[in-house]
Design a protein around this ligand. Sequence first.
Ligand code: UDP
Length: 454
Amino acid sequence: MADPTRHVAVLAFPFGTHAGPLLSLVRNLSAVAPDARFSFLSTSWSNQTLFSGMKGEEINNVRPFDVDDGARDDHVPSRNPIEAVELFLKATPRNFERGLEEAEKEVGLKIGCIVSDAFFWFAGDMAGEKRIPWVALWTAAVRSLFVHVDTDEIRRNLEAQGISNKGQTLDFLPGFSSIRSSDLPEGIIISPENSESPVDILLHKMGLILPKATAVLINSFHQLDPEISDHLKTRFRNFLHIGPLILTSPPNPKPESDPNNCLEWLSGHDAASVIYVSFGSVVTPPPHEVTALAEALKESGFPFLWSYRGTKPEGILDDGVSESGVNGKLVTWAPQVELLRHPSVGVFVTHCGWNSILESVVGGVPLICRPFFGDQRLNMRTVEAIWGIGVGLGGVMTKQGVLGSLRRVLVEEDGKGMRERIGVMKKLAYAATGVDGSSRKDVNDLVEIITNGD
Ligand code: UDP
């Protein structure tokens, strides 16, 4: 490989589904900018997971560098996923500073640009000291980005109105009249129990500092939520819609793409008849909700494919595919992106993580939403009240609630409308990422900033 002319450092947030989309973007950039060298900084666990399926030629000019995860060698992880995040945040930014030094030494070239997860507001300081561009990727929706950028304004308004009424709508924000204060991520409205949360503090700082970034990137496309996108364009120096990344950037190769033969199983079913269930990479619903969901799935009579985390849901299917006439499949991992594009899938029961929603839009599959934390409630509200492409289950899954929602989406007239609306969004997603599409143009602008920006 020729000597690189530009060294780009990439700082990944190693939890949830953050680092994967960032790496797929970087692999795309590395293919268009072969003279640049990309140093990808994440924890060793995250790098191992992301890079394990790749062969040398697939990595191109991208090299992983491991940074300290903040846990001592003798640390015994707890069941609380937030603990690992907090330990990691305590190790920042020092762990990344060390990583940058190591990368510069190994590559033999000063870093000329920093691309980071938007969470890392301190990457702005690092880039400022080096007088180089800082490009920040927000891996979620425009609406959740907006509420973090405008947190102080939201707090002022809600305090003035008295925040006791959690159902009050955010009429004072453009495009938010159907969103309630109870839909906001936890840290926006400070309550005594979460005011000290390091993640909330991080996100608040991020919202204040992001406008200084050379460019803010979002894994979305302009036509999906144009009013909010246009508003954010006025807040940032460059606001680039470079998604859906699953259409603009190559997926990260996996050691095995469909180990549980989900796609073959799906092919034996009628069009739009199968219920797909997944709550992403972090959430495990409480046992009573798992039971309620399992009972509803069985009673609904529709075939279902459930990708579950943790312990296998009890009493649903004890030995695989068929038990007393129930037509379902339980797996610990499914090729979700391909699955949601399969014509047999009729509805997606989801926790409303942003990647899941985008993948459903690209597949044209309506959603049933059970959000848990962070941006998930806001995503649910957007899905049901703004876009009309799904049903919100609110705060808990009950057997009757799930059954009613399944009927609405799969049987009733209402569901047809949802399918039509998400079908329109799907077309817009493909148009944005096709030749001359808006996301393609923004990716080109990004390549310019990364390779030549100052
Ligand atoms: N995913 C998958 N197979 C599974 C479960 C999840 O491929 O069996 C992927 C899914 O395609 C998505 C990601 O995991 O890209 C979940 O991301 P999301 O933002 O929805 O939720 P998070 O994991 O961050 O909570």
